[in-house]
Design a protein around this ligand. Structure first.
Ligand code: NAD
Length: 500
């Protein structure tokens, strides 16, 4: 049985006897064991980081950026093998796994411009003979705790920015698909990153708690489910750390009567069922406005869902693959039953789906509900599977209210040809990321990413300039170079300085 070890100080580190199964979701079998680390293993990574940190923080930003340029080249050269490895543990199809790698790489591209991003501000003559300038300095050691659903993209969002800013980094990836994060750390070394600057420690709650409690870790970035995000935020900030913690989601797609329904159906099937619905920016809820829109949309959705091909990750024709584990599939199926019990209309039932030749794989067919109501728990909770729920809104006001009042506030999309309505919706909706005729509005790397309400704890986004700010602290210098002529009455030195 293959064992997946920690990666500390530029090499594999084996320790301890606790481990967790890593499945092959296509076959439904265990393909590897990942080691579950302890506080002592974390200390080993901290020691390596502390030893390497002064040199890296003092390396000029241009040289740090060169490591990112080289890393980008290496990831591109290894794209196929990374995507296959990722797909084999996660279950998403290989083409989608490449997208996972690519969206992370786009943040690395932004990190290549770190000399520009880190430039401070300068005011000449803020007062008589006085200049004021600011500089961004690294925090020291940062940590990232990441979810299973984007095992390449989300680690790169975090370590790309943190390391380019001059920090050392400790990554605790999901124990469900831990191989790609280790591979990325190896490629960072190959790109010229000094040993100890990027360490990967595996584990579960025990390791996470050790991270949250370690005083040398100055900042923690987390992405995962909301209850854990809230826990991470509370415990990390109580320990004096800077924390950003992104949580779950239940994104709505609003369809106004004037929308191009063929386009909507194309976008919606991909956004609801792609990656088996295991995306925090998936669109699992569609809100057609008016019954006519709802009926027309439903009629077009049915053949589109019927045409979906569920297959193994390496099947180039498959739209989506298995979900990550048998336990997760069981949870999704329970939510489908809950929807039925709550009185929603189950239009297409994906339960019990078996793929011929892969009967033990964690597959689940596409599922569609209509007449879902906001009072239903199956609407309020995140299902995180290939389940699309139609919630019919009577008018525009209700369509704005639904996502605004939902406890999650990650993403939302509106489909319309009416610019005024889209603008009004965008201004009023209480959600962090909005798509206008764009189903999955994950912002590009030079903007920033972050949901609202229970989708995001903390007040600063991932990547872009927000990421740079998260991983650095600002120092502001007020300077004066006196000419040596000061004399006489110094009483004004006792008055709070003003520039007046
Ligand atoms: P998860 O919360 O189970 O795990 C995330 C991380 O937390 C993992 O590294 C895991 O080891 C750790 N963890 C799990 N239980 C813990 C505990 N009790 N104490 C401390 N740490 C613990 O999430 P997941 O199932 O891996 O990922 C799916 C979730 O992530 C979904 O809710 C999805 O919406 C969310 N997500 C959010 C975003 C976003 O940007 N908002 C992006 C991707 C995924």
């Amino acid at each position: 049985m293959r064992e997946i070890d920690h990666y500390i100080d530029g090499s594999t580190y084996t320790s301890g006897d606790r481990s967790s199964d890593v499945f092959d979701p296509n076959q439904g079998s265990v393909q590897a064991k990942v080691r579950l680390g302890t506080a002592a293993d974390l200390q080993k990574a901290i020691d390596a980081a502390n030893a390497a940190l002064p040199g890296w923080a003092a390396t000029n930003p241009q040289r740090r950026a060169r490591v990112m340029f080289k890393f980008k080249e290496l990831v591109e050269a290894n794209m196929q093998s990374l995507a296959e490895l990722l797909a084999s543990e996660h279950g998403k199809v290989v083409a989608d796994a490449k997208g996972d790698v690519q969206r992370g790489l786009e943040v690395i591209e932004f990190a290549c411009s770190i000399p520009q991003a880190l430039k401070g501000e300068y005011t000449v003559g803020a007062g008589p003979g006085i200049d004021v300038y600011s500089m961004r300095q690294p925090l020291g050691i940062g940590a990232g705790i990441t979810p299973f659903n984007f095992p390449a993209m989300i680690p790169m969002w975090m370590f790309g920015m943190a390391i380019a800013c001059g920090n050392a980094f400790i990554l605790k990836p999901s124990e469900r698909d831990p191989s790609v994060p280790v591979r990325l750390a190896e490629l960072m070394k190959e790109a010229g990153l000094p040993d100890g600057i990027l360490n990967v420690v595996h584990g579960d709650k025990e390791m996470v708690d050790a991270i949250l409690d370690h005083e040398d870790i100055k900042a923690v970035s987390f992405v995962g489910s909301s209850d854990i995000a809230q826990y991470i935020y509370s415990r990390g900030t109580a320990n004096g750390k800077r924390v950003q913690a992104f949580g779950g989601a239940k994104n709505h797609g609003i369809v106004l009567p004037d929308a191009d329904l063929d386009q909507v159906v194309n976008d919606l099937t991909g956004a609801a069922f792609g990656s088996a619905g295991e995306r925090c920016m998936a669109l699992p809820v569609v809100v057609p406005v008016g019954d006519d829109t709802a009926d027309a949309l439903r009629a077009k959705l049915l053949p589109a869902i019927d045409a979906l091909r569920v297959g193994i990750s390496t099947d180039a024709e498959a739209h989506y693959g298995p979900v990550v584990s048998a336990a997760h599939r069981a949870r999704i199926e329970q939510y489908i039953q809950m929807g039925v019990d709550e009185g929603a209309e189950l239009v297409v039932d994906g339960r019990g789906f078996k793929l011929q030749g892969h009967e033990e794989g964690f597959f689940i067919g596409p599922t569609l509900f209509d007449h879902v109501k906001p009072t239903m728990k199956s609407y309020q909770d995140e299902i995180f599977g290939p389940v699309l729920q139609i919630v019919r809104a009577k008018d525009f006001e209700e369509a704005v209210r639904l996502p605004s009042q939902h406890e999650y506030g990650n993403g939302v999309a509106i489909f319309t040809r009416n610019g005024h309505a889209a603008r009004e919706f965008t201004a009023r909706v209480n959600v962090g990321m909005v798509g206008i005729n764009v189903p999955i509005p994950v912002p590009v790397s030079y903007h920033s990413f972050g949901g609202w309400k229970r989708s995001g704890f903390g007040d600063i986004g991932q990547y872009g300039m927000e990421g740079m700010r998260f991983w650095t602290k600002n120092k502001v210098v007020t300077q004066r170079w006196p000419d040596g002529s000061a004399a006489g009455d110094h009483r004004e030195a006792f008055i709070i300085p003003t520039m007046g």
